[in-house]
Design a binder for this molecule. Sequence first.
Ligand SMILES: Nc1ncnc2c1ncn2[C@@H]1O[C@H](COP(=O)(O)OP(=O)(O)OP(=O)(O)O)[C@@H](O)[C@H]1O
Ligand SMILES: [Mg+2]
Length: 268
Amino acid sequence: MVGQGYKKRKTERQTMKDAKIISFSIFKGGTGKTTSAVNAAAALAQMGHKVLLVDLDQQASATRHLGIDPEPITPNLYDIFVRRSPISLARRKTEFGFDLVPGHSLLAAVEEALEAGDEGLFKDFLSGIQPDYDYILVDSPPGKAMLAISALTAATHVVIPLQAQRPALDGTHDIFRYIQDVVWKDFNPELKVLGILPTMVRRLGGHSAGVINKARELWGNKVLPIEVPETVIFPRSFDKGKPALVFSPRHKSVMPYFELAKIIHEKT
Ligand SMILES: Nc1ncnc2c1ncn2[C@@H]1O[C@H](COP(=O)(O)OP(=O)(O)OP(=O)(O)O)[C@@H](O)[C@H]1O
Ligand SMILES: [Mg+2]
């Protein structure tokens, strides 16, 4: 009987379409992972898709970006990782048309407790709610740490935000090498690189054009045909607790995030 019930549930699940899981990842800090994940989530939701954003960072910047104080929230991701709660109870609706699993400072304790072999835990947790969404976006923490690797293990696709300002492209080289040498071999052979997203692009002066040209030489059409300009709209919308494309919907600098949402929809 138990076996039959399991079989039935499995068959029902197979008829539903599981969410694509898109991780915004690069080990280098401050390149636009959170800003891109939050705005892509808002854009996909405005296009009518069912979207969940998971804030996997102990800094909980994505959560704060949505005007939510993460600290009092329970159950939180710590409770999920210690198996005190299913992930379904940790999600909440936002006023921006998508759901959020908030970040929490206790993710620092999770990071410390995770050991080699635990890379697939997060993927297992997500699988319980994957049929509820069209897209699950993951805001990865910086650093080559267990939670960042857990995001790459769970993802069907990865977007790599490239801060197009300094001539050095080592952060992008580093994550590509890691995906090729470790993630594809040991954790997630199916992971697809959706693309490199140039962020904080300076129109005048600086190195942006050179950085993007060099990236195209190296990675060809893996560099997305999108440029997110550098503008105060993004830090300002963070302070206001809203995605920039909700805070300033007509500002031309937010349009690239609608383009990114379209690419996510078409290419995943
Ligand atoms: N296009 C942009 N123009 C100007 N400022 C930006 C832009 N995108 C992001 N920022 C700002 O740059 C800072 C870093 O961005 P963000 O938090 O998105 O990066 P991150 O990669 O998530 O950082 P971390 O590695 O710390 O998680 C933030 O203050 C953010 O408001
Ligand atoms: Mg971040």
